[in-house]
Design a protein. Structure first.
Length: 397
């Protein structure tokens, strides 16, 4: 057993707010602002360029990568950090196609996060003719893994509904067909106990601003199975993926580890904040976290269905088949969510009609869940969502 959950004392949550949107952007960890200030004033301000050595900036991507590795079930040295998730998807996809040069199919599903599909489409546009992106329904993915598929690229937990793919079964099916497996862990890392190494998947990617609480724009990560690293030919051969960046060689020589998947200069401010945020996981048993997440989601479903009959459950009812979020469909979901946010309960909306609620056991408890359902009931019973101020769509929903 790990430390008791939740650990609300480690986070700065505004008074009067119930935050159920950690599946989109995590809350501010206490200590993160002070860490950022220290990096800006003492390290950048005081040490200037010397801080790359004296403050350990050059090692920070590896240090943070190893900490993330421990949260996703990967060995030290197998996770590289930096850049954005879309870039990491592109790198993994390109590497997978090079591993299977005789195949031309990328298989995903039509519920995958759009940016992942855009990256696949863009990559195909740079290749010779004959490459194809196939996107069957999520439930039909396993049956669609045939021997002409080069790479299977899936998001483990669906961003709209929270439905979760069976990582072990699908990876085994992909390998049986000779395909390379890529998992997007954006909605999984920090939400559950994972064993990416045990899955034998070749690649995994993810972001750190959701359940890992790294803040807006926090760096992404990529995992490469250690036994294939030295065969990876990076599509984006950046100088920090070079074996010896400061040798300033005119020709690229990839690092002999997952570090070859680094591209540009590491975002030191964001990495420092993320490193501080990850201290909230000290002593946390991820199996305990997952169990708490499932209980909170089950409780929310029961409370909402008892109080809000106008809403329709859009997530799997079985907690073992969903991630750490619950979604409900409602025709006027956008307006209802704005009314809810206005009353201090923060979730979010995804088109066309999905109200999303994330459950982060590090800072959410059962009292928060019941209180949130009570406010949601009031919004619906009073038709508060009909107020014109809740009808105008903002750029970010």
């Amino acid at each position: 057993m790990g430390v008791p959950l939740p650990r609300k004392d480690l986070f700065d949550i505004p008074e009067g707010v119930i935050y159920l949107d950690g599946n989109s952007l995590g809350v501010l960890p206490k200590g993160a602002a002070a860490r950022a200030t220290r990096v800006i004033e003492e390290e950048w301000g005081g040490q200037l360029i010397r801080a790359w050595n004296s403050a350990g900036w050059m090692d920070l991507p590896r240090v943070v990568g190893d900490r993330i590795a421990g949260l996703v079930g990967a060995p030290a040295g197998a996770v590289a950090t930096g850049d954005t998730l879309s870039i990491k998807v592109y790198q993994a996809l390109d590497a997978a196609l090079k591993i299977r040069p005789d195949r031309r199919i990328i298989l995903s599903d039509n519920g995958n996060f759009p940016s992942d599909l855009y990256m696949a489409q863009g990559l195909i546009g740079t290749k010779d003719t004959g490459y194809e992106l196939r996107t069957p329904d999520p439930e039909a993915v396993a049956q669609a893994i045939t021997e002409d598929v080069a790479a299977v690229m899936l998001t483990h937990v669906d961003y709209r509904s929270g439905r979760m793919h069976d990582m072990k079964a699908i990876t085994e099916k992909a390998h049986a067909a000779g395909a390379v497996m890529i998992w997007d862990l954006a909605h999984s890392a920090g939400a559950m106990d994972l064993d990416i190494a045990g899955s034998r998947a070749e690649f995994a990617v993810g972001c750190s601003y959701k359940y890992l609480n790294g803040g807006p724009g926090a760096p992404a990560f990529i995992y490469a199975r250690p036994d294939i690293v030295q065969d990876i030919d990076p599509a984006l051969a950046g100088w920090l993926g070079h074996e010896a960046p400061f040798a300033m060689d005119p020709d690229y020589r990839p690092a002999m580890s997952t570090e070859r998947l680094r591209v540009g200069t590491p975002p030191i401010l964001q990495l420092a904040v993320l490193q501080e945020a990850l201290t909230a996981w000290d002593g946390v048993d991820l199996a305990d976290l997952r169990a708490a997440s499932m209980r909170l989601g089950d409780l929310f479903i029961a409370e909402v269905e008892a109080r809000c009959p106008a809403l329709t459950l859009a997530s799997p009812r079985d907690a073992a088949r969903r991630g750490s979020q619950v979604s409900f469909a409602f025709q006027h979901g956008y307006a209802a969510m704005q009314a809810l946010i206005d009353r201090g309960v923060i979730g979010d909306f995804r088109a066309p009609d999905i109200m999303r609620f994330g459950f982060t056991p590090l800072y959410i408890d059962e009292g928060d869940v019941v209180a949130a359902a009570t406010v949601l009931q009031e919004v619906l019973e009073t038709d508060a969502w009909r107020d014109p101020k809740y009808q105008a769509r903002s750029r970010v929903t």
